[in-house]
Ligand binder design. Sequence first.
Ligand SMILES: *[C@@H]1O[C@H](CO)[C@@H](O)[C@H](O)[C@H]1NC(C)=O
Ligand SMILES: *[C@@H]1O[C@H](CO)[C@@H](O)[C@H](O)[C@H]1NC(C)=O
Ligand SMILES: *[C@@H]1O[C@H](CO)[C@@H](O)[C@H](O)[C@H]1NC(C)=O
Ligand SMILES: *[C@@H]1O[C@H](CO)[C@@H](O)[C@H](O)[C@H]1NC(C)=O
Ligand SMILES: *[C@@H]1O[C@H](CO)[C@@H](O)[C@H](O)[C@H]1NC(C)=O
Length: 438
Amino acid sequence: MMGPTKDRDTLISHVGISMFFLVTLMSWVLVIDALGVLQDREYVIDDHQRQPQISGIHELQAQVSFQDRFKDGLCKLLVEPHGYPCEEYTVQTNDGFKLTIQHIPHGLAGSIGSKETPVFLQHGIMAGGEGWLLNGPNESFAFILADLGFDVWIGNSRGVEWSHGHESLNSSDPAFWDWTFDELAAYDLPAMMEFVYNKTSQKIMYVGHSMGTTILLAALIEQAAHLVDIVRGAVFVCPVALLTHVTSTFDQVAAHLFLDQVYNLFHISEFDLHSDVVNFLIDTICAVPNLDCTQLLPNVAGEGCCVDKDKVPLYLQYYPQPSSTKIIAHYAQILRKGPFRKYDFGRIQNVAHYNQSIPPEYAFSKFPSAVPLLMVSGTQDAIANTVDVAIVTQSLQQSVQGSVILPQYSHVDFILSRTANVDFWLNVTTWFESLISL
Ligand SMILES: *[C@@H]1O[C@H](CO)[C@@H](O)[C@H](O)[C@H]1NC(C)=O
Ligand SMILES: *[C@@H]1O[C@H](CO)[C@@H](O)[C@H](O)[C@H]1NC(C)=O
Ligand SMILES: *[C@@H]1O[C@H](CO)[C@@H](O)[C@H](O)[C@H]1NC(C)=O
Ligand SMILES: *[C@@H]1O[C@H](CO)[C@@H](O)[C@H](O)[C@H]1NC(C)=O
Ligand SMILES: *[C@@H]1O[C@H](CO)[C@@H](O)[C@H](O)[C@H]1NC(C)=O
């Protein structure tokens, strides 16, 4: 009897440990997915009478490969069909990544003035530049800006399908995915912003959503390149620098289950929801009795208000974009351990990387007061939640010139809402006008 019992115990403990890690990873699939496509999932579930819970993913798999569909680039796919001019540029970072920038020089009415102010739009995690375009003219911010006479530039950080190249690394190489927002702040943002500045010779208005706010904050605090000299003002939509007051128990549990340990164990460097390994995890988890994936989804990022059901098939063609497992682990560290700081490699490795056993903090007090800020957030956002946003706003109070807080809005509504223009983009462009007229 000894043998079989021991085997069974071993098996149970292995299954238990595996499930522990799988649940953790699954949690973060959901957390991160929620940043980009929570609404899609919900609606897809409705459309399919609550069939396979994560059906959106399987639909995606059935389509031709991501890369093939995307080879035309954003200008051809989402801008030119509406009759707007669009140019695409490739910018190389100091660590070899090739990033794509889209440029919409003016709107349908043609060029309005000779000195149009450049606006740079930076997406969040598991998303790319498409978020500023998907709802088309009158609804998506890139078109709204172009029609108002702004000179629009769209950034795409490393890893997303629009910026999938490197001078020497292949994206099938794990080293291609060895980065977090520390690198996006130190390399990607300076390269893209300097490029735009070189082209326009004008200070730039910056608009970031979610991770797009994290990286400008980090870059300005670290005084990366000459960003402080070229940013005219910045709009932080769903600012994410602290995650201390994330209220969703689900997000809490996920992060406290040490996702970065899972990362160290499994070394899945590309966090791609289209990949077999992540899909295998989703299937495994959702097959567990009593684990209702449909109920978990709204708990992760908050219930939203304003995403159009009919557009979900379009969104699913583009979302979610690949990212790195390391950046997800980094956000989990911040949720779990507090301050806004660099990636924690562990005490010993930290000394090698930073000369200190604890990662250096991005101190809000070092944010340059020369850069005025407008904060935009939503009370239904479970990630950039109101308490953390209030703390960040307070910490940056020397620079913050205004706050727009929308009831009803959750994390994804800010990008995909049909009524975003009247709800808050108008506030943003009004603020730009006030800065320009100074
Ligand atoms: C955008 O709004 C303008 C003015 O109301 C209208 O003429 C145009 O058809 C709209 N475009 C789209 C794509 O809805
Ligand atoms: C990357 O590696 C894969 C597999 O080794 C290969 O098929 C592909 O052509 C490579 N891509 C580039 C851009 O070199
Ligand atoms: C911007 O212009 C400067 C000076 O010509 C040049 O050194 C730098 O490489 C340019 N940066 C980018 C990103 O194009
Ligand atoms: C670490 O400290 C040593 C000695 O003080 C110094 O030479 C080195 O430049 C430091 N490295 C970093 C990354 O700060
Ligand atoms: C935003 O704009 C609306 C009008 O569109 C205005 O009523 C509201 O006061 C503005 N909010 C802020 C915070 O500026």
